[in-house]
Design a protein around this ligand. Structure first.
Ligand SMILES: *[C@@H]1O[C@H](CO)[C@@H](O)[C@H](O)[C@H]1NC(C)=O
Ligand SMILES: *[C@@H]1O[C@H](CO)[C@@H](O)[C@H](O)[C@H]1NC(C)=O
Ligand SMILES: *[C@@H]1O[C@H](CO)[C@@H](O)[C@H](O)[C@H]1NC(C)=O
Length: 421
């Protein structure tokens, strides 16, 4: 399918979604028409012959594959309660720093272990003696909690984008890990929005650069004006509408694990992974069908779509339109209140003083090489801008394609080893 057609399809879906929400204005998040709460239905999935990895959670998966894991609870300064998982190193090496893994939009900590012990980056790192912390940002299935707000009743819970995740979740998580492990620094690796989160933190809270030994960015996303993906394009075409709806209805949760959309995709991917989920990835990210094992794809879609805030998507839409990497535009009045100025401030990535490794792909519609080039030209401490030498490599190949053992893992392990001092 051509990109223009995809844009049209995504456009229509967005408009329907948004107009539905518009009618639902003044409702609590749980009462939004898209929030059909569905039971976990594990027995049903078993009966239907699902691969158990599809519904296993992080702890169950790690123990199935023979890795020891722990569960940790971290509270941010603004009250969000985050669940993080730690995979203990599977050998006795002498590694100085733990590594923090941050997933992308609509994902969870699970993305790092979904492809199993041979390919999952979380396992590969633990097998190489690293202390691995696969964390979760606010709002996904593991982190739908707050000290005072109820995600099902309070729209204020969903008033966040990657700005708050970078400003609160990542720093809180780093501090927690440093304390728990009694080390002065962490390594950081992010995928997709997990990279945006990092650049937000390292720009807005530059003192955190001292707590990061090296960061790795798989499919880096900051500047987005050259993104080919129909999702940001459709978002940008409707960015005012989108913001208008958010202002009118309050902030909502999108595409959560307990929503109908998740179940539909999960069932379709169970029955026919390539033609459905492969296609879904391919029209949104440029994924070349057949490059990821269909078994991994069907497991992945049991974990993907784990919820985020509509505001996160709206913020990405703003990046596409403005052609800048900047904070959320709350409108002139809102900006004045929030930033003490009418114009939305840009993130100043000149502040990213810690060493950065970018890992990008030639066929990634979200993270285009041109936009990665803009980012890399502004980073003061760039170690390498590595482009995987495969013409069809895309957004998710970095984390789920078996060939990551050849193209991605050695690159990360090499730098980890070199900076283990
Ligand atoms: C994972 O699943 C197990 C078994 O069903 C359950 O006891 C545990 O609480 C779950 N953990 C999380 C974090 O959901
Ligand atoms: C959402 O949060 C931002 C940042 O804290 C704040 O400026 C804004 O007023 C909030 N919006 C609503 C509708 O509460
Ligand atoms: C961005 O940060 C750099 C380095 O910290 C600083 O020299 C520069 O003045 C900042 N630019 C803006 C526009 O604040």
């Amino acid at each position: 399918m051509e990109v223009t057609k995809c844009v049209l399809v995504v456009d229509v879906i967005l408009i329907i979604t948004l107009s539905q929400n518009n009618e639902a204005s003044k409702l609590t998040p749980a009462a939004h028409p898209l929030s059909y709460a569905l039971p976990e239905a594990r027995e049903l999935k078993k009966a239907l012959g699902y691969n158990e990895d599809t519904y296993f959670n992080f702890t169950e998966l790690t123990s199935k594959y023979g890795y020891q894991s722990e569960e940790h609870t971290i509270t941010t300064d603004d009250g969000y309660i985050l669940k993080s998982f730690r995979i203990l190193p599977k050998c006795n090496g002498n590694k100085l720093y733990p590594i923090l893994l941050m997933h992308g939009i609509l994902d969870t900590s699970d993305v790092w272990i979904i492809p199993g012990e041979e390919v999952g980056i979380g396992y590969i790192l633990a097998a190489n003696c690293y202390d691995v912390w696969a964390v979760n940002h606010r709002g996904n299935r593991y982190s739908r909690r707050h000290t005072t707000l109820d995600p099902d009743r309070d729209v204020a819970f969903w008033n966040f984008s990657f700005d708050e995740i970078g400003n609160f979740d990542v720093p809180a998580t780093i501090d927690y890990i440093l304390q728990a492990t009694n080390t002065p620094k962490v390594f950081y690796a992010g995928h997709s929005q997990g990279t945006t989160d990092f650049f937000v933190m390292a720009s807005l809270r530059p003192e955190y650069n001292q707590k990061v030994q090296v960061s790795f960015h798989l499919a880096p996303v900051a500047w987005m004006s050259n993104s080919y993906s129909p999702i940001p394009r459709a978002l940008s075409a409707n960015v005012d509408l989108f913001k208008g709806v958010l202002d009118a209805t309050g902030y909502i949760e999108l595409l959560a694990r307990h929503h109908l959309m998740h179940l539909v995709l999960e069932v379709l991917c169970h029955i026919a992974p390539e033609p459905t989920c492969g296609l879904a990835l391919s029209i949104t990210t440029g994924y070349e069908q057949g490059t990821i094992d269909p078994k991994v794809l069907s497991v992945a879609f049991g974990h993907l779509l784990s919820g985020t805030s509509a505001k996160s998507l709206a913020h990405y839409g703003q990046l596409v339109v403005s052609k800048k990497f900047k904070r959320y535009d709350e409108g002139a009045e809102g900006n004045l209140k929030r930033y003490k100025q009418k114009k939305t401030p840009e993130y100043n990535v000149s502040n990213v003083a810690s060493p950065v490794v970018l890992i990008s792909a030639k066929n990634d519609w979200f993270s285009s090489l041109k936009d990665v080039g803009t980012l890399s030209s502004k980073l003061p401490n760039l170690l390498e801008n590595y482009v995987v030498p495969e013409p069809k490599w895309s957004h998710h190949n970095h984390i789920w394609d078996a060939r990551l053992r050849k193209y991605v893992a050695p690159k990360i392990l090499e730098y980890l080893e070199r900076y283990n001092n």
